[in-house]
Design a protein around this ligand. Structure first.
Ligand code: CNA
Length: 431
């Protein structure tokens, strides 16, 4: 059961009707709806109003007396969601039900989503929370490996944009079991990009290892398949590879399992790794037909879309979310379920910190450090007086960073290297 609590029930809300008067206009430009810029603070206020005052009062406050579809589209965005109907004529009555349903989904999601702890929003408080925590869950994603040249999924240089020319309707098909069974070539055209480089890891992996070494890591739930948790040396019982990994591979047909590294050289050349046991059967069948699909092909033991997560995830998650005293999410867009649900399964009064290049609007973190995760963890390690097991750590820890604190009221900080930025130093890393 998900635990929820309203943790800022005493905070003051804006007076009723305040939002209608100040609501900027959503406009249609060249057939597409353009939503005016919405700050994190505005999103937070809208969510807080909805959670504390209920749906009726929220709608009364945020919608005009006779709302049009575009008004509902706007408040959907205001609740932190990107409505999918941006190209449709949402003011046309025939689309009304669709717009209402979209808004309804956003409202339901907010109601079941954790709210920020209002009293936790400064950088110092975040550093202090890490220093004090004893049972940290670290939830990691593809962003923690990009500095090694392994692309993530959804960034502009990510795998999804790189596979556009493979003729797939949906890039997720690369990691789809049915597609693999019919044409494993598609997966192997991409797999080489995610292969772990030997004996390398990022400062962020080293940061998670440091948490483990200091006895603070309850568990690292990683969505990554590159197996770098093992490479950096985090003890096996301290990480869970929620989507499996390249560490082992299994024959699609006879289920023979081998060490993943055995097929790496073949994957690197974008060839199909064939099971030694099924090799001759595949060759025989190929003589008669060229559509044998994945018969006799080795598949890395990564969890494809639609497959069940490894048992170890379900065996641990319930007790871990109960025990955890701090949640840190790093380098993930939190778009893949059920792992993204962890942020709402941890009790709402447990602090949550985000370290990511892009902001995440569909979850509520107390403190968000936006920037390159290697920079952020270097900054945090210096503040904590920790040294990281990474060849570049000494050099990186000389870097000076500045924070853009424009949205510090909602705990959001953009971290930049000092020489690249022109803003005044507000929280310099000079120690
Ligand atoms: P994603 O949806 O691609 O999101 C990655 C997130 O990381 C984005 O929000 C980026 O803003 C952020 N990001 C990228 N680079 C950095 C950086 N240097 N510092 C800080 N933030 C950064 O990927 P998710 O992990 O959220 O999605 C889960 C998928 C991705 C899982 O199923 C994985 O199996 C899959 N994946 C894994 C790998 C890997 O193992 N290295 C690579 C590519 C995809």
């Amino acid at each position: 059961m998900e635990k929820r609590s309203l943790n800022d029930a005493t905070a003051t809300l804006p007076p009723a009707k305040a939002h209608q008067a100040e609501r900027p206009q959503i406009a249609r430009v060249d057939g597409k709806w353009v939503v005016p810029a919405i700050s994190k603070q505005q999103v937070h206020e809208a969510k807080r109003c909805l959670k504390q005052r209920g749906v009726d009062e929220f709608l009364e406050q945020y919608l005009p007396e006779s709302p049009k579809g575009s008004d509902m589209l706007y408040i959907t965005a205001l609740l932190g969601f990107s409505p999918s109907m941006m190209s449709e004529d949402v003011d046309d009555d025939k689309n009304l039900i669709k717009v209402v349903r979209t808004l309804q989904r956003a409202i339901n999601r907010v109601i079941t989503t954790r709210m920020r702890i209002m009293s936790l929003h400064t950088v110092d408080q975040a550093v202090d929370a890490i220093a004090k925590a004893q049972r940290i869950i670290v939830l990691t994603g593809a962003g923690i490996s990009t500095s090694l040249g392994i692309p993530d999924f959804r960034s502009s240089q990510g795998i999804y944009s790189l596979v556009q020319d493979l003729g797939l309707d949906d890039p997720q098909q690369v990691f789809d079991m049915e597609t693999f069974s019919e044409d494993p070539d598609i997966f192997y055209k991409v797999a080489h990009m995610v292969l772990p480089p030997e004996d390398r890891w990022t400062p962020t992996h080293a940061f998670v290892k440091a948490l483990s070494d200091k006895g603070k890591l309850l568990r690292n739930y990683t969505q990554n398949i590159d197996n770098l948790e093992a490479q950096v040396g985090i003890p096996k019982d301290k990480y869970i590879q929620c989507h499996g990994s390249f560490a082992t591979a299994t024959c699609f047909t006879c289920k023979r399992q081998v060490e993943g590294s055995k097929i790496f050289p073949i994957i690197r050349t974008m060839q199909l790794p064939v099971c030694p046991r099924c090799h001759s059967r595949r060759r025989r069948l190929l003589k008669d037909s060229n559509t044998v699909g994945a018969l006799g092909i080795m598949k890395p033991d990564i969890t494809f879309f639609g497959e069940d997560l490894p048992r170890v995830f379900y065996d641990n998650i319930d007790s871990d979310v109960t025990e955890c005293d701090l949640l840190i999410c790093i380098g993930t867009s939190l778009k893949v379920s059920p792992v993204n649900g962890i942020v709402n399964r941890v009790s709402a009064d447990i602090p949550q910190i985000l370290i990511n290049r892009d902001d995440i609007k569909h979850a509520e973190f107390d403190v968000s450090f936006l920037g390159y995760c290697d920079d952020v963890v270097t900054y945090l390690s210096n503040r904590l007086d920790w040294s990281l097991d990474h060849k570049d750590f000494t050099k990186m820890s000389q870097d000076k960073f500045i924070f853009d604190e424009a949205e510090s009221a909602v705990g959001l900080y953009r971290l930049e290297k000092k020489e690249e930025a022109s803003k005044p130093i507000v929280n310099g890393l000079s120690q």
